[in-house]
Design a protein around this ligand. Structure first.
Ligand code: NI
Length: 197
């Protein structure tokens, strides 16, 4: 089932530090299935539970579109991205290393805005997968970037938080339009301040 994606401005949903998942039960399995369907319908590469209104530490990723866009063969940042399809439950970033690099991030909750965000390129993470198996893995490049962006969602952080005050000011009108539902998008969203027309 495709779920509506919560839009920028819904502070209760997007700005809360999410709670740990206690076990993978039938509800979680169904949620994961619905989240993949929702993410693919919106052509995203990651989706966090708070974005569909669930206050839990869970997100999904599928970086395979990046391998087509960025050309995995030539681009070392795309290493492993075509297989980067995962479910992360109660993830922890154990370590972040390397020289910070800029990348234009986007977000399904903030449609049609992409801005450069600086983050470290290599991460070591631990998490439970969809079978409740504990894993520790290292990611770099685009895979690390997707993880870091989605991880922020379960901490109540959005990529716009990293922008300079000036940049945010320049974007304010667009951000308000998203909150008010005054935007054309081709996937299902829920806007916090949409007035019925
Ligand atoms: Ni996002």
């Amino acid at each position: 089932m495709i779920l509506p994606i919560v839009a920028y401005g819904d502070h209760k949903k997007l700005r809360t530090v999410a709670k740990e998942v206690e076990a993978v039960n039938g509800d979680i399995k169904q949620l994961v299935k619905d989240m993949f369907e929702t993410m693919y319908a919106a052509k995203g590469v990651g989706l966090a539970a708070p974005q569909i209104g669930k206050n839990i530490r869970l997100f999904i990723v599928d970086g395979s579109p990046f391998s087509e866009d960025e050309g995995e063969d030539e681009d070392p940042l795309a290493d492993g991205i075509s297989d980067f399809k995962k479910v992360f439950i109660n993830p922890i970033i154990e370590d972040e290393t390397g020289k910070e690099w800029p990348f234009h991030e986007g977000c399904l909750s903030i449609p049609k805005i992409r801005e450069s965000v600086i983050r470290k390129p290599e991460i070591t993470v631990s998490y439970y997968d969809e079978n409740w198996e504990f894993k520790e893995e290292k990611y770099a490049g685009y895979a690390a970037r997707i993880f870091q962006h989605e991880y922020d969602h379960i901490e109540g952080v959005l990529f716009t938080d990293y922008l300079s005050p000036l940049k945010r000011k320049l974007l304010q009108k667009k951000l308000n339009n998203i909150t008010n539902g005054e935007i054309e998008i081709d996937y299902k969203m829920r806007f916090p301040k949409k007035t019925k027309k």
